[in-house]
Design a binder for this molecule. Sequence first.
Ligand SMILES: Cc1ncc(C[n+]2csc(CCOP(=O)(O)OP(=O)(O)O)c2C)c(N)n1
Ligand SMILES: [Mg+2]
Length: 594
Amino acid sequence: MAQTTADYLLERLTTWGVRRIYGYPGDGINGIMGALDRASDSLEFVQVRHEEMAAFMACAHAKWTGEVGVCLATSGPGAIHLLNGLYDAKLDHQPVLAIVGQQARAALGGSYQQEVDLTTLFKDVAHEFVHMAVEPSQMRHLVDRAMRIALAERTVTCLIVPNELQDEDAAEPARAHGTIHSSAGWSPPRVIPTDADLHRAAEVLNSGEKVAILVGAGALAATDEVIEVAELLGAGVAKALLGKAAVPDELPFVTGSIGLLGTKPSWDLMTDCDTLLMVGTSFPYSEFLPEEGQARGVQIDIDGRMLGIRYPTEVNLVGDSAETLRALIPLLQRKEDRSWREEIEKNVADWWEVLEARALNDADPINPQRVFWELSSRLPGNCIISSDSGSSANWYARDLKLRRGMKASLSGTLATMGPGVPYAIAAKFTHPDRVAIALVGDGAMQMNGLAELITVAKYWERWSDPRLIVLVLHNGDLNQVTWEQRAMEGDPKFEAAQDVPHFPYARYAELIGLKGIRVDKPEEIGPAWDEAFAADRPVVLEAITDPEVPPLPPHITFDQARALMSSLRKGDSGARGIIRQSFKDKIEEFLPHR
Ligand SMILES: Cc1ncc(C[n+]2csc(CCOP(=O)(O)OP(=O)(O)O)c2C)c(N)n1
Ligand SMILES: [Mg+2]
């Protein structure tokens, strides 16, 4: 049988190093599915429960490996389902290629069944490159461009393939006027600022006395360089959510996360610094950065578009984080006065004690912070952690002490619900020998995590280490938003919107052949983690947690406190529990622990 255009498409992807496609079938891509079956020696197809999950997995594939994540969906509804996962990738700057089917060319414009204007639909999410193939000999350059642009721009691209075109004979471009002769392959450039700009940056960093460093996802491959610069400058290092794995939390000058989900030492670092160095981050909340005018700023980003938009930085450097810091290091003077560093280290040490005390506070029945605290000391060195959006992101950000070599991510910028379980599944496909841990709320489990557990059940026996652990925070509440409504709006909990229906997560896991563990007593948490890590199969660890433990920001503003009090006065059903828990957690900050 002659090679079809679909066969050619897959062969070209293989040339680019693609080995796996996450997707779901449909008649818009029947030709590609047939070709995938024929190509199964070189390309693995991972079948999900919902196309959005395929897009989340493609995004996570990119996050865990640095390669392009590829997802595949049929025309119309399948394509539409991909969107939220693709936006997750776009907003977190991950290279992802979406391949979608379309109705036959002859039918387009005929108001045909499942005919959706896909080029327009994907125009925003894949604005760097979205094209529909109309002719077999285009396939070579469409694949080459979609892959190269995804990598070069670290973004989402989209290739639309009409269904009958997939079955046509493959064709190379003719040697003729009006044809394209492209090649495959891309490797990252070495990007370093000019010497003049490096000297300007060094001048700012050398003249400051109290330097704060903020790192994000762009610093994930610059661990040694960030540590060395922090040592030289006597600086503290705060981390944006996506940069949590950039520097280990065991270092005494790492203040942890920043922002609404952040820590007090990060808040103090930003409030008191006179110099700010931002490395690979677009952390959005400016009220958590120094006040304008308080600090002189230097920012490093590989993408010039992201410079100078969060803080009015004086020196904006386009460059690779590690390369740029390495070029900067010889220009930096070691700060001999270490008092600022000592102050930071003391704040950090105190804060870990506050967190421990908060985690050990009683709650009804389980304090969610305790679940994360107990996990933290048990994290296997090779683990890959994903968190969903919800209260779990707070405890992930604050309570987990990441060590060197661990990977961790979440939907940092889109902050969508739903990625926790699919990110962990992608981790098992990209790193089958490592332990994947997903930290997920009950709302997110009901939104899509429960269905995607079926995908876990389908595939786990293929993984060399079968351990994938899904922690479910069973609090019966869309808790993060309940708290936002209290603290930002001053509204009491709106039960019709916020209550999450009961569901037996651990029993469901057992029902589909996984292991289920349910805990509702604090002393059971540690042993439950031990049991989960010793299991011979994927585990759902269901913790019955107290929704009245506040995921409070590191400092609570007067406006937030007033709003909170007003929500309680309006008859919030959780009022008594809230006052008890908020008071307990807050008081920990003022008590001596040593
Ligand atoms: C797709 C999507 N819908 C809604 C939201 C708003 N939202 C953010 S967190 C959250 C609550 C999550 O509840 P749950 O998963 O139970 O976690 P909890 O906060 O209770 O731990 C909601 C509704 C969102 N971020 N994404
Ligand atoms: Mg919940």
